[in-house]
Structures are given as structure tokens and as C-alpha cells.
Design a protein around this ligand. Structure first.
Ligand SMILES: NC(=O)c1ccc[n+]([C@@H]2O[C@H](COP(=O)([O-])OP(=O)(O)OC[C@H]3O[C@@H](n4cnc5c(N)ncnc54)[C@H](OP(=O)(O)O)[C@@H]3O)[C@@H](O)[C@H]2O)c1
Length: 349
């Protein structure tokens, strides 16, 4: 049965007032809602289902949506955003993120890609635009993790700064309010901060109780770069090709489950509340109303609280489980995915 795109927007009476959702002040003076909603449906959900979830979540007060050209659904989300705006939500209340994909890092391509996202999303500016990955390595949609591209390259700082200069240009053109990065490392960020004209205000990174990246998180915060946490629940329903035998499951963690039992919520909600209380901006994905509403409520200071003792116990979870390893972006034979993440502080070449 095909799903129809919703054409109406009506604020839910029992929704969350968007004005009481806390915001994070960014290093350029703008503000970003303390929680967003992911829009990557992977193989599980169709574009229309996701667009309908965007409208549904907005009806319950969600205003921030994490989009990307590579998710292949910005056209449908654009129709959803138009429905939301036509339904009376002011543009300034929405916070829309998009990202330039790896095959559009070249001269002029970043601007072209941003304009395409704007056209698809039916917007005249983006609140936040991110470089999705710090290198131009491309892979075919749905390919297996052992496939490699012959054109893949390591991070070349000079090239990245040419890409970043186009990001800066987008701000100057008024097409984007804020720019940032995604899937960066400390070694790469140090070079970008040294050479940029406009500092990244936000960086998107994998963050969940089993992958807390405390050192990197602290580095970004110390440098006034706001971390946005992707896969905040540990992406329990990601496709099998993105799973490895050693992966651990956040929502089955005994500490997470114990807190969930005390609060009477699903362990996923504890992951989101933990993220909010720790200070990153989580962007959980869900197409189900009960889930996206409870995720949004986690941003409210009065909606549940993980105690300081429980936060301390969560911080001691001794797991280091990166889920999005990025194997398909490797550029040499005999490399392992760890090479993408500069774990020894040196940018792998
Ligand atoms: N920058 C990047 O490179 C990057 C990489 C990955 C992801 N992202 C972004 O991050 C977003 C989130 O990541 P993700 O979708 O992989 O993982 P996630 O948000 O950690 O997990 C999503 C899954 O968790 C379950 N869930 C959500 N809310 C729940 C709740 N309240 N109670 C119970 N279960 C709940 C849902 O499963 P069911 O559907 O089974 O209910 C949902 O499919 C993406 O959509 C995307 O926007 C960015």
C-alpha cells in the first residue's frame, strides 16, 4: 500500500510549545534548539513516511530537522516543510540543517549542492549547513562495507579548505546562517581552526552512551564548537551491513536499563535525556508519534531528570563502540577503518 503525503498541518493540543524548548547559543550568536529530529530512513522507511513524520513531529512542537542531500528525501521533506509553513509556523521558528555530500566538494560544487538542497527543501536559507565528511570519497548507495572506490583520497587539508571557503561564501551570500562540520577528528579540526575565516559553530559526531568520545567532546566544547550527536540511541535498527560482531547495544546496557526502569520509560529515552543533560544536541530518528514526542520532551528541563549519581554512573560505562565506521571511504589496500579517525593524533595519508 502506498503512503500518501500529508497535506495538512494542525498543532496538537497536547504538543510541546516550541517556545519552551531550550536553545543552545552558538559561537556566531545564533541559537539552535537543544534537540532535533533525524531524517535518515536508511532502507527501512520511504521518503513519504519520513516527510509525514516531519509534519507529525512539527505538529507536536519539534522545530529542528537534520537533513542531508545524500538521504535522498529532501524533495519530500521540502513539501512537508511547505505544509508546516503554510500551516502558520513562522520560518524563524524552524531550524533546518542540510549537508553537502562527498561528491560535491569541488570548486563551485558546494554552492551548487546547497542551492539544490534549498530548492528541494523549498527554502530560501538554511539555518545550518555541514560538510558531511571531511573528504570527497564517494561510494555507491547501498554498497557493502568491503567495497572501495578507486578515486578515494585521504584528507588533504588544502583541498578541504577550498571546500570550506565555499561554505564561508554561502554565509556571505545569505544562503546559510551557520556552517559546521561532521565526522571530524581533533587533528583535522585543529588545522581548520588555524586556517578558517569563519569558525565551524557546530560539529556533528556519533554520540551515545556506548560511544561517548569524552576527550573529543571536551575539545569541541573548549573551542566553542557545539557538538550535535548522531545515532543518539545507538541506531538499533540500522541495516545489517552497518553492523559488526563486536558492536554493543546501548538500549540493552544494564545502567541504561536500570535508569529507564526507575523513570518508567524506554531505554531509548534515557539515551536522549542523557545526551541533553550532558550538553550535546541529539538528533534521534523515528517515524512513530509516541517515540518522537517523548524524544522531544527530553529537551524540557522539567520532563524527567537523570540524577547526578546516575549521570556519573553513565559516564563510567566502559564501552567504545563506534557504529558508523566509514569503511567504504578508505583509500588504500590493507587499511582499517581506524585509519579514518586519526586515533593516534596524526592524519592518516
Ligand atoms: N552526520 C552523519 O554522518 C550522520 C550519520 C548517521 C546519522 N546521522 C543523523 O542522525 C540521525 C539519527 O541516527 P540513527 O537514525 O542512525 O539512529 P538513532 O536515532 O540512534 O536510532 C533510531 C532508532 O531508534 C528507535 N527509537 C527512536 N526513538 C525511540 C524511542 N523514543 N523509544 C524507542 N525507540 C526509539 C527507532 O527504532 P524503531 O523504528 O524500531 O522504533 C529508530 O529507528 C539520522 O536520522 C541522521 O539524521 C548523521
Amino acid at each position: 500500500m502506498s503512503v500518501e503525503l500529508k497535506t495538512t498541518f494542525v498543532m496538537a493540543e497536547d504538543g510541546v510549545d516550541p517556545n519552551i524548548v531550550p536553545k543552545k547559543k552558538l559561537n556566531n550568536g545564533t541559537e539552535m534548539p537543544a534537540i532535533g529530529m533525524g531524517t535518515f530512513g536508511s532502507d527501512r522507511f520511504g521518503n513519504v513516511e519520513i516527510a509525514n513524520a516531519v509534519i507529525g513531529a512539527a505538529e507536536f512542537g519539534q522545530r529542528a530537522f537534520d537533513c542531508a542531500s545524500v538521504y535522498g528525501n529532501e524533495k519530500e521533506i521540502g513539501v512537508a516543510l511547505k505544509t508546516i509553513l503554510d500551516g502558520g509556523v513562522p520560518r524563524e521558528e524552524l531550524y533546518i540543517t542540510s549537508k553537502v555530500w562527498n561528491d560535491m566538494h569541488g570548486e563551485g560544487d558546494v554552492i551548487k549542492s546547497c542551492k539544490q538542497s534549498l530548492a528541494d527543501l523549498q527554502l530560501d536559507y538554511l539555518d545550518l549547513y555541514l560538510v558531511h565528511w571531511p573528504f570527497p570519497n564517494f561510494h555507491a548507495k547501498g554498497c557493502t562495507v568491503d567495497s572501495r572506490s578507486a578515486d578515494a583520497k585521504p584528507y588533504i587539508h588544502e583541498n578541504f579548505m577550498k571546500t570550506w571557503a565555499q561554505m564561508e561564501q554561502l554565509v556571505e551570500m545569505g544562503l546559510v546562517k551557520t556552517i559546521g562540520t561532521s565526522n571530524m577528528t581533533k587533528a583535522k579540526m585543529e588545522l581548520v581552526l588555524r586556517d578558517c575565516k569563519i569558525k565551524p559553530a557546530v560539529t556533528e559526531m556519533e554520540l551515545h552512551p556506548h560511544f561517548q568520545q569524552q576527550e573529543l567532546f571536551d575539545y569541541y566544547v573548549a573551542n566553542e564548537i557545539q557538538p550535535v550527536g548522531f545515532c543518539p540511541i545507538g541506531s538499533p535498527t540500522r541495516p545489517d551491513r552497518d553492523k559488526t560482531e563486536t558492536d554493543t547495544v546501548d538500549i540493552e546496557d544494564p545502567v541504561v536499563k536500570k535508569i529507564a526502569a526507575r523513570l518508567g520509560v524506554h531505554p531509548a529515552v534515557v539515551c536522549i535525556k542523557w545526551a541533553v543533560q550532558r550538553g550535546q544536541i541529539p538528533i534521534p530518528f523515528s517515524v512513530y508519534q509516541a517515540e518522537y514526542v517523548s524524544n522531544l520532551k527530553c529537551a524540557l528541563p522539567d520532563y524527567m531528570r537523570i540524577t547526578d549519581e546516575e549521570m556519573a554512573e553513565l559516564a563510567t560505562i566502559d564501552k567504545n563502540c563506534r557504529l558508523i565506521k566509514g569503511q567504504v571511504f578508505l583509500w588504500k589496500e590493507n587499511q582499517t577503518w581506524e585509519d579514518l579517525w586519526d586515533e593516534d593524533g596524526v592524519i592518516a595519508q
